[in-house]
Write a protein that binds this ligand. Structure first.
Ligand code: SAM
Length: 281
């Protein structure tokens, strides 16, 4: 975990406070969830991607949800605010976790979003009553997929569902791509599409649907970089030069990786099957 800050996206999470000040919020003031969502989503296509999860999983106030790798809590707050569901927002980086908890409190959502700081692989297996697990761009940081899927299987109710957005390997990465992925994106391992399907099946998941997002994500990261460069002056004033250099470097590397056509993007939906019926755990 100590090297995760090599991924420069994670170095200055407090920049959200600069954005909130710029739209007129004083430090610590109550927040409207709609005002904060342009700045608190660390994945692609912002709240549109969360709306897709809400509609395809029929998320409503009765659902108990685990959000693995919740960042500063954007997806968790958006789901809870929009549907009244209960979300456990689990985040491994303490600074992101602290910012997430404080933003949730300021949005008046502490009753429906529980923030926990920790590694999903260490999450208590006593809690086994989640209806849904969601995760946006976090699995790519966790090389032990067997342990990760086993944990997901264990904490979900039978028939419970997963909704994951993740990277996958479309072609053999060269040395430079491998180095950037492992050092700058904190991504030491990615499965191919067929390996992903096998891992899901071996992990006890059924009825899975995998949607290829590569082209849309490739365009998204390219446009994100272009927009950022266009507004560089504004960002320097708002965040300071060090943060701008770090973000630009990260956005450039993501765009370069997708342009190489070996990095792919996937949305995975699947259901927990009954492993005991086929002799598993
Ligand atoms: C790209 S960010 C996405 C954050 C959030 N899902 C969002 O979309 O706004 C991935 C997050 O996963 C977290 N993460 C990585 N490994 C984790 C682990 N083993 N357990 C919990 N969180 C983890 C990272 O610290 C990071 O905040």
């Amino acid at each position: 975990m100590k090297n995760i800050k090599k991924m420069k996206l994670y170095r200055h999470p407090e920049r959200i406070y600069n954005e909130l000040n710029a739209i007129g919020y004083k430090d610590g003031a109550p927040l409207k969830a709609a005002d904060i969502s342009p700045f608190d989503q660390y994945h692609y296509f912002g709240t549109d991607a969360i709306d897709d999860a809400i509609s395809s999983l029929s998320i409503d106030s009765k659902k108990k949800i685990m959000d693995i790798g919740s960042g500063i809590g954007g997806p968790a707050r958006y789901m809870a605010g929009k549907t009244g569901c209960h979300v456990t927002a689990l985040e491994i980086q303490p600074d992101l976790h602290d910012i997430g908890s404080s933003l949730t409190e300021r949005c008046g959502l502490s009753g429906s979003v529980r923030h926990l700081c920790g590694d999903i692989l260490d999450f208590s297996e006593k809690e086994r009553d989640f209806d849904i697990i969601v995760s946006w761009l976090s699995f790519l940081h966790i090389p032990d997929r067997c342990a990760l899927l086993k944990k997901c299987y264990t904490i979900l109710k039978l028939g419970g569902k997963i909704f994951i957005e993740d990277f996958y390997k479309r072609g053999e990465f060269d040395k430079k791509e491998t180095k950037i992925l492992s050092e700058d994106i904190y991504c030491a391992y990615l499965p191919t599409l067929s390996e992903y399907k096998k891992q899901l099946a071996d992990g006890g998941f059924v009825n899975f649907k995998l949607t290829d997002k590569t082209d849309r994500w490739k365009d998204f990261v390219k446009e994100r970089l272009e927009k950022f460069i266009k507004s560089r002056g504004r960002y320097i004033k708002l965040y300071g030069i060090d943060t701008v250099k770090d973000l630009e470097d990260f956005y450039e590397k993501m765009s370069w990786l997708f342009a190489g056509n070996k990095l792919g993007g996937l949305r995975i939906m699947a259901e927990k099957g009954d492993l005991s019926r086929i002799g598993g755990n």
